[in-house]
Design a protein around this ligand. Structure first.
Ligand code: NDP
Length: 247
């Protein structure tokens, strides 16, 4: 699939680390010019850009808190200005605050909604205004919307379910313009948020049908297919990449 994205521009939110960084590098390897946003990790964002440039690709990093609608709109605008348009949006930036339902603070609730839901809505709305025929909107959801194996994640699953549900009618808004909208649902994947060997892995590890955690590049390869011209007929889909965790 190398070079299948030649001439395309992608924006990956939360591209400084983990799954987002792997997606940005994969889309760049496939030929796209890539913008990433970051919030708290400027050095890691710069390293992703350097890595892509070292491989002959084009990339920029933009500081934009996904929970700040003005910053998100501005990041889409900077992508279009600097790279000449936007063809692919990957709504990856996400956080996982939570706890037992009775203990969740309203501040945490508001922050989760701001980053995981409002950030997705605003980026999608703004990017869709610029997208042309062949555009791709890809949300990173979670296999937890299918099967929540442990308590304390109700707030997280609320936000991920909202982002996945957003697809449903959006495909009909954007389908006539030749733009697809899909959600990729990773299962347990070895990242800073959910390290293999960390507390979540103690609980979910035995449920992994393939007997191991996923790796960020394995999620990136699914995203790359959905982003490619080959996936033009795939829209409104929930694509689960979870090592059989929710099978
Ligand atoms: P990490 O916490 O390891 O990385 C998160 C990335 O998102 C970082 O690049 C971070 O950038 C960025 N980010 C976080 N908050 C913000 C913000 N407010 N504004 C902009 N960027 C932000 O997470 P993962 O890679 O594990 O997760 C990526 C996505 O995949 C998330 O949506 C997550 O919910 C989802 N997911 C992950 C699973 C897993 O097992 N790992 C399973 C299912 C879904 P910075 O450091 O610069 O702030």
């Amino acid at each position: 699939m190398t070079s299948s994205l030649e001439g395309k521009v992608a924006l990956v939110t939360g591209g400084s680390r983990s799954i987002g960084a792997a997606v940005a590098k994969r889309l760049a390897a496939d030929g796209a010019a890539v913008a990433i946003t970051y919030h708290g990790s400027p050095d890691k964002a710069a390293a992703v850009v350097t890595d892509i440039e070292a491989g002959g690709g084009k990339a920029i990093a933009i500081q934009a808190d996904a929970g700040n609608p003005d910053a998100v709109r501005s990041a889409v605008g900077k992508t279009v200005e600097s790279l000449g348009g936007i063809d692919i949006l990957v709504n990856n930036a996400g956080i996982a605050l939570g706890g037992p339902i009775g203990d969740i603070s309203f501040e945490d609730y508001e922050r989760m909604i701001a980053v995981n839901v409002t950030g997705v809505f605003v980026a999608t709305q703004e990017a869709s205004r610029h997208m042309k025929e062949g555009g791709r909107i890809i949300h990173i959801g979670s296999s937890m919307v299918r099967y929540a194996a442990f308590p304390t994640a109700s707030l997280y699953t609320l936000t991920k379910g909202a982002a996945a549900g957003f697809n449903r009618s959006l495909v009909r808004d954007l389908g006539p313009r030749g733009i697809t909208v899909n959600t990729v649902h990773p299962g347990p994947t070895d990242t800073d948020m959910n390290p293999d060997g960390g507390p979540v892995s103690q609980i979910v590890g035995p449920g992994m049908a393939i007997g191991r955690y996923g790796k960020p590049h394995e999620i990136a390869s699914v995203v790359a297919y959905i982003a490619s011209p080959e996936a033009a007929f795939v829209t409104g889909a929930d694509i689960v990449a979870d090592g059989g965790f929710t099978a």
